[in-house]
Design a protein around this ligand. Structure first.
Ligand SMILES: O=C(O)CCC(=O)C(=O)O
Length: 424
């Protein structure tokens, strides 16, 4: 096996060099990606039908010149989301006798992994007061300063009963503790980002997150793929629908308040959303981990959203935010929603609001369950810094762009900070 693989890698290197000499960068990208995928296949299946895989892949790719033409026509590369899906961590745990496989171990790239960093003072904002506030109200000033400094706040008095949020936590837990076969009915596939599962694997060196997820498109409603929405527990769909309907209202209120806090017309951010704004829900399950000092539940990232709502676990901490170059723990306030801005709000606000980099650490004692809901403008809508926030003192920092979600995905997978691609 090693010999065929070495031969294959050598051939690919030759091909990549050859294409580089011809300056065919797009073909190089495709080949690099294909090489990573095939390496993943080799790792997954001990006895790979190698030649068959290569010829099939080459057939799928077609001549590089044809792909190049497609790219020129669309001006962005066609989605390159093919990848392998890694095994759910719950299954790794079940088979690993308290060992963490090498693929989950960080080698120090993200600094010390430590669950005892200081607590961040995340501002607490009363949503009811925000709703009734005039432009110089304290709550609006607090919102502005929270989003300009740490990029997030804890929302209380948001209109959702504690018992309802408990129910939401409960259905998440009921889903993740189902038998493996039952959960696999909702498994994501290589083509779909949605469903139950884990990281896509793009390269053999990729370090995996110690988490299992259930990822679902919620809006626009006609885009929902119900085959991924659990029917067990029975009330799952109804409760998630109720929750996200309430969040859509809250999202609108927050966007209006953000505009008001900057003395702008209240719809200026909302207007960039479009009729068919997108909402995704992601249930995160972090099993206890025997090596919390070397493993991350979720690698550092900022969100590609405009607004993200996080329902934290009521008892188990894990989220950390990077502020002024230092990691801080995010405190738990039971039944509060942790709301943060994402890259698209940073762009629309011309950098006034900061999309925070965050990560999740694990612990060896207890599992942790959270629910993140990601809200963003319709992908066909152009987003850009609001006019009222551009002047001589504060020049425009970001370009106009459509489909930031796709730009985000492409950059994130290459380990780059996606918002850098939007900077002028
Ligand atoms: O689970 C958490 O605390 C954070 C989740 C998160 O950042 C995400 O799902 O993108």
């Amino acid at each position: 096996m090693t010999t065929s693989r070495q031969k294959f890698v050598k051939k690919l290197h030759w091909l990549v060099d050859h294409l580089k000499r011809q300056k065919n960068n797009y073909a190089v990208q495709l080949i690099d990606r294909t090489s990573a995928q095939l390496t993943g296949v080799l790792m997954k299946f001990q006895n790979p039908p190698l030649e068959h895989l290569i010829s099939k892949k080459v057939e799928q790719l077609g001549p590089a010149s044809k792909k190049k033409k497609m790219m020129d026509e669309k001006s962005t590369p066609p989605a390159m989301v093919e990848s392998l899906v890694s095994k759910p961590v719950q299954e790794v745990v079940a088979n690993s006798s308290n060992q963490v496989p090498e693929r989950y171990i960080y080698k120090g790239e993200d600094g010390a992994i430590d669950a005892s960093f200081p607590l961040l003072e995340v501002p607490v904002i009363d949503i009811l007061r925000l709703l009734n506030s005039s432009s110089d109200d304290d709550e609006l000033l607090k919102l502005r300063s929270a989003l300009a400094s740490c990029g997030c706040f804890q929302a209380i008095n948001h209109g959702m009963e504690s018992s309802f949020l408990d129910k939401l936590q409960e259905i998440a837990k009921q889903f993740f503790v189902l038998p493996i076969e039952e959960k696999h009915k909702y498994s994501r596939t290589v083509e779909d980002l949605e469903g139950y599962g884990n990281d896509s694997v793009f390269s053999e060196h990729q370090i995996l997150d110690w988490t299992d997820r259930l990822y679902l498109i919620v809006s626009p409603e006609d885009q929902r793929k119900l085959k991924f929405w659990p029917q067990n527990p029975e009330c799952f769909r109804e409760i998630l629908h109720d929750y996200t309907t309430k969040l859509a209202i809250l999202n609108e209120l927050i966007l209006k308040s953000m505009a008001k806090s900057l003395n702008l017309e209240e719809n200026c951010f909302l207007n960039q959303y479009g009729e068919r704004a997108t909402m995704f829900a992601r249930f995160n399950f972090y099993p206890p981990c025997p090596r919390p000092d070397r493993t991350l539940g979720l690698k550092p990232h900022a969100d590609g959203t405009a607004i993200t709502f996080l329902l934290q676990d009521k008892e188990v901490e894990g989220l950390q935010i990077l502020k002024d170059g230092q990691w801080f723990r995010v405190p738990i306030i039971p039944h509060a929603l942790l709301i943060n801005v994402g890259d698209q709000a940073e762009i629309m606000s011309n950098g006034m609001f900061k999309s925070p980099v965050h990560r999740v650490v694990t612990n060896s004692e207890r599992e942790r369950i959270t629910l993140a809901v990601f809200c963003m403008p319709e992908s066909n809508n152009e987003i850009e810094p609001v006019e009222g926030l551009i002047d001589q003192k504060r020049p425009r920092l970001y370009r106009s762009m459509k489909d930031y979600g796709n730009i985000y995905f492409q950059n994130y997978q290459q380990g780059k900070r996606p918002i850098d691609a939007a900077k002028l």
